[in-house]
Design a protein around this ligand. Sequence first.
Ligand code: FAD
Length: 291
Amino acid sequence: MQNNGYEEQNINNVQDILGKEFKVLDHGFIRLLEIMGDDSSICQAARVSYGKGTKSVREDRALLRYLMRNAHTSPFEMVELKFHVRMPIFVARQWIRHRTANVNEYSGRYSEMTDEFYLPQADQIRTQSQVNKQARSEDQLDETRANEIIEQMKDSQAESYNEYKEYVAEGVAREIARINLPLSSYTEWYWKIDLHNLFRFLKLRMDHHAQYEIRVYANIIADILKQILPISYEAFSDYILNSVTFSKSELFKIKDSIANFDFDNLTPENSNLSKTEIAELKNKINFIKQL
Ligand SMILES: Cc1cc2nc3c(=O)[nH]c(=O)nc-3n(C[C@H](O)[C@H](O)[C@H](O)COP(=O)(O)OP(=O)(O)OC[C@H]3O[C@@H](n4cnc5c(N)ncnc54)[C@H](O)[C@@H]3O)c2cc1C
């Protein structure tokens, strides 16, 4: 990329963020430890087959957006990020399902577990959702009951931690002493992932279907990416995060309502779409019309 202040600004943003601790939940955090590559590394990788030289930021942005829109994902794998994350074990269990990362976790066999446990805020103590079997609803419990539940959770966390400490003091192996500690215990790990797979993680875990307690971590990672990989994040936000897929039967339902829309008069000036995007939109509309 041509150095018109963009690169310098970006280096400053990275320096400001590297190592900085972003607090999450009551005892958790996220720190970005290292990053390999930036927006321009993705474009360089994409252009390698053509052997083309340096391009302007505007051309890079267009290329990056084209890659994202068309699922040309491997150039995004050229950027690698390493985080240090501290989260409750029930969050870690969801997080670890994203297999395309490298993880090294705190060992409760090797080291003593800490006495820090997650306690939800009263406004997160909600009733079971009636529409989503996995989720909480929007309905909060009344404050008195919510606070009672929080106190009970706190007491049982303290009780199981006291037992744990007794076992350890007695000489019981840490790997056995820990097995009755609750899922609300905090763990931590180093987590390294490439940008393509990080975007997949964010798409799933920023979604409102994801549990609140992992969503807050995903949202912080997104805020970090906005600052250090602004062009990639913008493309992700436009084409993946804030896009939806329609099924064939859903498209049948919307077919009639788009029949009379005048797509022929769309221009980059009146639509906020590039020429290529307008052509792509027309192809999509024709696809729906032919259903
Ligand atoms: C809201 C929500 C609810 C969920 N509920 C449940 C649940 O109830 N129970 C449950 O068990 N899980 C649940 N999950 C986890 C979910 O099923 C996925 O395992 C998780 O989101 C990781 O997604 P992924 O496979 O795309 O990610 P990754 O593991 O990072 O994989 C990324 C891509 O690489 C491919 N890939 C990775 N490893 C391999 C491999 N070895 N072979 C072939 N392809 C591979 C994947 O197919 C995927 O396309 C839930 C996830 C979400 C977001």
